[in-house]
Design a protein around this ligand. Structure first.
Ligand SMILES: Nc1nc2c(ncn2[C@@H]2O[C@H](COP(=O)(O)OP(=O)(O)OP(=O)(O)O)[C@@H](O)[C@H]2O)c(=O)[nH]1
Ligand SMILES: [Mg+2]
Length: 302
């Protein structure tokens, strides 16, 4: 370790929905674990990944993006994000190169201030704006809260990612590794597979349909020859949405299935036989029992 102090701890990745938190986390760890999309409210629950280097170990906590909650699911999502700031060592506040701080973002800023935790500001999507706009965004956020370090990044283009991991490591407490150095996440293959299917559904749907989609893995079984059989349900809120998800002659569902299977095969390094079913569960986003069933409830974390 070249005589350097080894540092370890938790970093919460927080910010408005769609600013690129999950894309950034995937680039920070060098692997696609979190799903991403150009729709708002893609991430729905807390997701942990691990980055280990010679200098230290960072446990990243990706969180749902702040938006104005309108139902029980989105209320849960905002709460996960707000709460995450209090049980980590460092906060990675991700923003876009803008100068407007919305109501939800302002509430997050208040939570961050109250936590007293050190904050690193990542101005993401730097590939989309001229330098003077990025400077203005830095000014805006620096006057709204105390920031230890600012890093201008592009998660999509991989700009300044190593610099960001260095800055974050410097702010962690001295300590030994919390996870085995080969660990990338504590998510199960089953849970990641469900998320991959949800991502493909999100990316192939428009308007209000994607926000009412959830995925539940019904069975996940290895065959002796190495093939893995996965049955999954795509849950939606209305009969009309079911028709849209299935598409003309089943074309959209087939596309979602093909894209999902490819990514799941890459993830689990095995051939997959994937069967998708679409099921309507009316207004499930308001139903506490269904939310619990789908894992959208508070869990205990170390
Ligand atoms: N141009 C550009 N687009 C980016 C960058 N980072 C992320 N994106 C895009 O921004 C969109 C949102 O990315 P996500 O990573 O899903 O955003 P998020 O903040 O996790 O969103 P929520 O989970 O809803 O909170 C996707 O279409 C990404 O491809 C970037 O650096 N540059
Ligand atoms: Mg996300």
């Amino acid at each position: 370790m070249n005589g350097q102090t080894f540092r370890s701890g938790f970093v919460a990745i927080v910010g408005r929905t769609n600013v690129g938190k999950s894309t950034l986390m995937n680039h920070l760890i060098g692997m696609k674990i979190a799903i991403t999309s150009n729709k708002t409210q893609t991430t729905r629950r807390r997701l942990q990944t691990v980055f280990t280097s010679e200098r230290g170990q960072i446990v990243f906590v990706d969180t749902p993006g702040i938006h104005l909650a309108r139902n029980a699911l989105s209320q849960y999502m905002d709460n996960v994000a707000y709460k995450s700031v209090s049980d980590v060592d460092v906060i990675l506040f991700v923003v876009e190169p803008v100068t407007y701080i919305g109501k939800g973002e302002q509430q997050m800023i208040e939570r961050i201030k109250a936590s007293g935790k050190p904050v690193v500001l990542a101005v993401n999507k730097c590939d989309t704006a001229p330098a003077q706009d990025i400077d203005k965004a830095v000014e805006t956020y620096s006057s709204a809260l105390k920031i230890e370090k600012t890093v201008r990044v592009s998660a999509l283009k991989g700009i300044n990612i190593d610099e960001l991991t260095d800055v974050l490591t410097d702010l962690l407490p001295e300590g030994c590794a919390l996870y085995d150095e080969d660990t990338v996440t504590d998510e199960t293959e089953r849970d990641i597979a469900a998320e991959i299917i949800r991502e493909k559904a999100l990316r192939n749907l428009r308007d209000e349909v994607p926000h009412g989609v959830a995925v539940s893995i019904v069975s996940f079984k290895d065959r002796p020859d190495g093939l893995v059989d996965i049955d999954a349900e795509i849950i939606c809120e209305k009969d009309s949405h079911k028709g849209i998800i299935i598409g003309k002659g089943g074309s959209r569902l087939k596309k979602i299935g093909t894209e999902s299977r490819k990514d799941i095969e890459e993830l689990i390094e095995a051939r997959v036989n994937l069967k998708l079913f679409v099921k309507v569960r009316r207004d499930w986003r308001q139903n506490p029992l269904i939310l619990k069933d789908l894992g959208y409830t508070e869990r205990e974390h170390p």
